[in-house]
Design a protein around this ligand. Sequence first.
Ligand code: ADP
Ligand code: MG
Length: 868
Amino acid sequence: MLRQHAEIKARYPGHLVFFRMGDFYEMFGDDAVEGARILGITLTKRPHGKNGAIPLAGVPHHQAERYLARLVAAGQRVVVCEQTEDPRHATGLVKRDVTEIITPGTVMTPGALEETQTPAIAAVAGPDANGQFGLAWAEPTSGRFAVEHCAPEELVELLSSHPASEILIAADADSRIGSLTADRSGVTRWPEWHFEPDEAARTLKSHFGTDDPNALGLDLAESPRHTRLPVGAVAAGALLGYLKETKRAPLSHITSMRPLVGRAVVAIDPQTAVNLDIIGRPHSNRPTLCDVLDRCRTAMGRRLLRERLTHPLTDREAIERRLDEVTHLVHDRGTLAKLSEATKGIFDLERFVGRLGSERIGPRDLLGLRDALSRWPTIVTLIGPTPLAYRDDPAVTETERWHQELARGLKDDPPLATTQGGIFRRGYSDELDSLYADAAEARAWIADLQSKLRSETGIPSLKVGYNKVFDYYIEVPMTHAEKVPADWIRKQTLVSAERFVTAELKEKEEIVLRTDERAAELETRLFLELRTRLVAEIALLSALARTLARIDVTASLARAALSRGYSRPTLTNDRQLTIRKGRHPVLETINPAGGFVPNDTVFSTDDGFLHILTGPNMAGKSTYLRQVGLIVLLAQIGSFVPAEAATIGLVDRIFTRVGADDDLSHNRSTFMVEMAETARILAGATAASLILFDEVGRGTSTYDGVAIAWAIAEHLAGDAAHCPRTLFATHYHELTSLADRFAAICNYQLATKEKDGRVVFLFRVRPGACDDSFGIHVARMAGVPPPVVARAHEILSALESGTFDPLRGRGAPRPKPATASAGQANLFSDDQRAAVDALAQLHPEAMTPMEALNKLDELTRRLRGTAV
Ligand code: ADP
Ligand code: MG
């Protein structure tokens, strides 16, 4: 058995092996040590060899999914090795085989996944002759599969807009790929032959039935003619091969490939998603935008909402269409309420399709499917004549066909396993019915047997009975033994009776006793047939899943809009941005009722495209910045926005840079990181971008910081006609003077006032720069003595006018300590000192070169002590 284990272990170096033994998955050796450490389970020993012992750790099979999740989260790759024959029927060692390999990007096990989690995996191939890389990206649970080819510098961006928990590269991958992915955990190196175009083509062909890139929907326009398979397809083939290898399944739910970037998506890099608190981060319970908006009724909706929040659209028509849908439900609350009822807790059809495609569904899943299908006609009626209905929504006739079959055929309480029977109702299959009919007939025959035999034999005390050891028997008291017919077979002799069987009873017994077993076999076959027919309906089922998710998200956005008083934004294709009484969608839910102060935002030629925002600490700068970012984001996912009114010129990207003080992930925020991000923003921003700079340049010395912030603002505003809409919150008051020199720059401040000797934050954004002596102001209110305050004002104005001289302040210069002057005296002789003084008196500009040379000669001699 350990040899069996060792063979598997040798096939998967670097993997942890989960070895099924009875009711446990066991880990051996180093795996056991590592597994026990990660899972916090007991490490034991198993005797091995002569006097030896091998470490052992195990988890109960019914809890395996939970443990698998934790191992994978800890970065492990787990090989699951099952018993592939029934131990009761096995002669010798039970056969075992690998049934699945679970890696960070390929987890599909239902119990190992959070409802809102969608693991993704990417593969990178190339470069090809043109220096292009191929990128394939997949979500194994949903079957989404996308392909792209791109230049090396785009690769990083694509990977950050489509995060993957595992990146597959060739073992001999180009060093550029290695370095691109170096800072990411979860890089898997796979033998390079999988990345050969021929091998990739074979994989694509066997899965999709073609390896013709055009038929696969791959854009060939940019790929060189002479390579047979474009590099994107190579990555796709390798990725598909890897998924099949790890899942050991046909993956029929991966039905198509599409381009990775529907090019009309606003790029939201992970850093921006974090800065804006769009969706939650692990181990953080700060409320997020998603928390505020998520009123979904289904898991599919919850995942789609997250997907939309991280991929806002740039295509106005597509956004307007979504807004029309939300608007409809906002106005028709009756339908909204009914939809809510109809969709509540619908079975996770999307995940089901994923499991169906990898042949991992059970009878209870069919119950969920039946329920989901049963709700569709009601939902169709509700959305029928509204913008929520799409032309390619699944037809009720199609879904009803399946609903009817399942409703008619499926028992209400099927077992978990596929092999135990108890799945189908009578009437589903003639074969099954006749099996049960035969059994019923046999049972009835046995039930009648006693009275029949009593009258035939004339033995009144004859009994027909059953026990587990001897099955059915006919019991005759010893006293009547001579009346027993000759053809009865003696089975057992008791003290006062004898037990017999007849050939006919044996035959009926066989029917009765084997019915369950044969029914189970037959039901297993019927289940597999049904599964095969469902696989053929994957397109229909995933369309239904998508539609349900879309309706759920739309209803969720409508509910949020209604309960929070959002309004529909007006969209334009220019650089406008006008927000009336905008609010921060998350903060307004936290602040006590009415406690949030709304603000206007206007970008225009008059109001500036780059707003320098000043104000003391805690005045609301960061909140205001994020509020504008979130309102634009909401508008572009097709949601209503927290504002009285908003006109939004669509943005192509949203950039945020949050300075050291405000960055919550402290350890990351070195100055270097800040500048790297700034560089990325300046390189990527276009006239259509929205940029939010919060305290940029704070991570270095003041002069440095001002200089950098200044130069950035100048760079962005230099061309007023193309200045990206930018909010620039800063504590560098110096920057406000930029407004005088650049048409695109305007100053805004967060207003404060003084009341009873205390600062009151008004949280109101107003034109103008804030009073730069605010700190001193606060010092005075805090009770710092008036002379100190007055002196601080003096120093501040001297600093600002550039006349500040640290040596010419108050107080007398401190007398130099005696030893120090002695040191000075030792350093220079009187003559040398005189020479230095003479040097200081010279006016080189008034000397001829010859005079200068002579003077230099004289002075050097005096200094060296070789007098003239
Ligand atoms: P700054 O960036 O200027 O230091 P913040 O934006 O971090 O200030 O805001 C500080 C606090 O002020 C926030 O945590 C919030 O509680 C409150 N605040 C900010 N903006 C508003 C507002 N518009 N209305 C009400 N409270 C606000
Ligand atoms: Mg701040």
